[in-house]
Design a protein around this ligand. Structure first.
Ligand SMILES: [Zn+2]
Length: 471
């Protein structure tokens, strides 16, 4: 009882103190007594309301994925996506331009893999897909025995025993980290570096277990990074169901042959562009707050989450700022980077462009983790810069942001850090991302209109307050 009374009294005192503070703020009309979150609460609410009413980001994504579809770097579809996203931003009345760049042009061609038992009895085809930049097999394919390994150590221990064979990296994503990007990071090494590690020991080709937590028959693509000092051997990803079947057959039969046929090839580099649209700042137009994603995608789906979502969220963030009548002091710019998937050259070219010399990018906010429900933001920069941006957490909370933590950056915006830009990363819930990532499942129907819009909303709010207040 006494305790409850004391608590009541403390509660009462706190209420009185708050009332005194509120009346002081009223008396002096002082902005300093008003928290920064309070100052922008009304603007944040109108952005959120306008976004949730319209779900306009999804309409943009629908156009990108149906009018263009997959956007492999260097492809005619990627060129069409450049034209379409610029047209979308022209329609919205932004100042737009293209920044021309040259990109690699790899084409997939036909591809297949079949298990061929040593006895000559044929087993069903395996669902595979060539890894980006893979060299082709000779016409008619490579038929060779398969050697399964579960780590680079296991591969090295086999020494020359893998010569002339197809090395099968059967390494699963670790399902235990809450952030699935951690599990991805552990397994993706075999996709990017497995081919050269196997070539070092004389292997003929590699098959890599798809990097996903789901067991299904959809192979997931990705890039192979060949070591230029070693022979380039064909590299493909196999579906998780296919990987399990192959592993089981190897255990049962002891020895299995595969015929792998890939007709992919690299063509000459081709002209492309980064696509830019902006709302010019009213007071400091040369200071830029960038929001963006990458326009190119893998070709098995339509790149709806990766990274159509990031592109349309950037456009939608600007549209929401304009629609709610806000006039940012600094320039807010949407950039659709080209060629993230084949080495992130679009981001490097953007940072190095002559045009950058007359500008100062104070912050660059990248969305490239899918269009799922927003949960947080990762922030780079110095400790002081981080602290100032972290303080916006209260403003973002009503729109669903749970935390602001260290991190930030991404393949496209990373190169801007060298000139002092603070990198910011949009973080949505990651549980489902790798189910669809780089596969035929990454299509519009895997994106939820409201979740996608909430991402655009929190990006718009954060970009706007940074454009007003700086860092
Ligand atoms: Zn991406």
């Amino acid at each position: 009882m006494a305790l409850l009374q004391a608590q009541r009294q403390i509660g009462l005192a706190a209420t009185r103190a708050a009332a005194v503070l509120a009346s002081a703020a009223l008396l002096f009309g002082s902005a300093s007594a008003q928290t920064r979150a309070e100052k922008y609460a009304a603007a944040a609410e109108s952005i959120r309301t306008a976004g949730l009413r319209s779900e306009h980001a999804y309409k943009l994504l629908e156009r990108l994925t149906t009018e263009v579809g997959p956007r492999l770097t260097g492809s005619p579809q990627a060129a069409a996506a450049v034209a379409l996203t610029r047209a979308m931003m022209d329609e919205l009345g932004f100042e737009t331009w293209l920044e021309p760049i040259m990109v690699q042009h790899w084409v997939r061609g036909t591809e297949s893999a079949a298990i061929v038992r040593l006895a000559g009895q044929k087993a069903p085809a395996l669902a595979i897909t060539a890894l980006g930049f893979s060299v082709p097999t000779p016409a008619g394919g490579i038929t060779a025995p398969v050697v399964e390994v579960r780590s680079f150590e296991e591969l090295r221990a086999l020494g020359p025993a893998v010569r002339g064979r197809i090395v099968f990296f059967n390494v699963s994503m670790d399902p235990t980290p809450m952030d699935t990007f951690q599990g991805y990071g552990g397994a993706v090494l075999y996709r990017s570096e497995g081919a050269s590690e196997a070539a070092r020991q004389g292997a003929a080709a590699v098959l890599v277990r798809s990097v996903t937590l789901r067991t299904d028959d959809h192979p997931h693509a990705g890039m192979v990074a060949y070591d230029p000092k070693l022979p380039k051997i064909p590299a493909a990803a196999v579906s998780t169901l296919g990987a399990d079947a192959l592993s089981a057959l190897l255990k049962k039969a002891g020895s299995v042959e595969i015929r792998l046929e890939l007709a992919c090839r690299e063509l000459d580099p081709t002209p492309s562009a980064n696509v830019v649209g902006q709302i010019r700042g009213t007071e400091k137009p040369d200071e830029v707050v960038l929001v963006g994603g990458h326009l190119d995608s893998w070709d098995l789906g339509t790149g709806a989450h990766d990274d159509g979502a990031g592109c349309v969220q950037a456009i939608e963030a600007l549209r929401l700022i304009r629609e709610t009548g806000l006039k940012p002091k600094r320039t807010i710019r949407a950039v659709m980077f080209m060629n993230e998937e084949f080495g992130a050259s679009g981001g490097r070219d953007y940072a190095a462009a002559d045009r950058r010399k007359a500008e100062r990018h104070i912050a660059a906010l990248e969305s490239d983790r899918g269009g799922f429900l927003p949960i947080g933001f990762g922030i780079g920069g110095t400790r002081e810069q981080f602290a100032r941006l972290e303080a916006w957490g209260d403003l973002l909370k009503p729109s669903g942001i749970l935390w602001i933590g260290p991190g930030g950056g991404g393949a496209d915006t990373g190169p801007l850090a060298a000139s002092g830009t603070v990198l910011m990363g949009f973080v949505p819930d990651s549980q489902k991302y790798f189910d669809v990532h780089h596969s035929s499942l990454d299509v519009l129907s895997s994106v939820h209109p409201r979740e996608l819009e909430l991402g655009a909303i929190v990006m718009a709010i954060f970009a706007y307050v940074v454009a007003q207040e700086g860092i």
